[in-house]
Unconditional design. Structure first.
Length: 93
């Protein structure tokens, strides 16, 4: 689902809110998730899942599969998502 489709669906469920108000709500929601993840905090949405940061170790002897050349891969952070039990049951019905 794209952002405009999401706004359209919210508009149909809440006709009193105009498009700009809905966009502000969506922007604020996602900005708060981004800010929490930047601070290395996990974000738990009950019944949906948890977003968290996972540190990936640096690799000194990684290999480029195309050229077989040894390369260095620095340490980095990745965003991960773990679905809740309720959400998994809903998806697998």
């Amino acid at each position: 689902m794209s952002r405009p489709e999401f706004i359209k669906q919210l508009k149909s469920k809440h006709p009193k809110l105009n498009k700009s108000q809905l966009e502000t709500i969506i922007d604020t929601f996602f900005q708060s998730i981004e800010n929490a993840l930047k601070e290395k905090k996990s974000v738990e949405l009950r019944g949906f899942g948890t977003f968290f940061i996972k540190e990936i170790k640096e690799k000194y002897s990684a290999r480029n599969p195309k050229t077989e050349e040894l390369i260095y891969v620095p340490k980095k952070s990745k965003v991960r998502f773990r679905a809740s039990k309720k959400f998994k049951e809903f998806i697998n019905q």
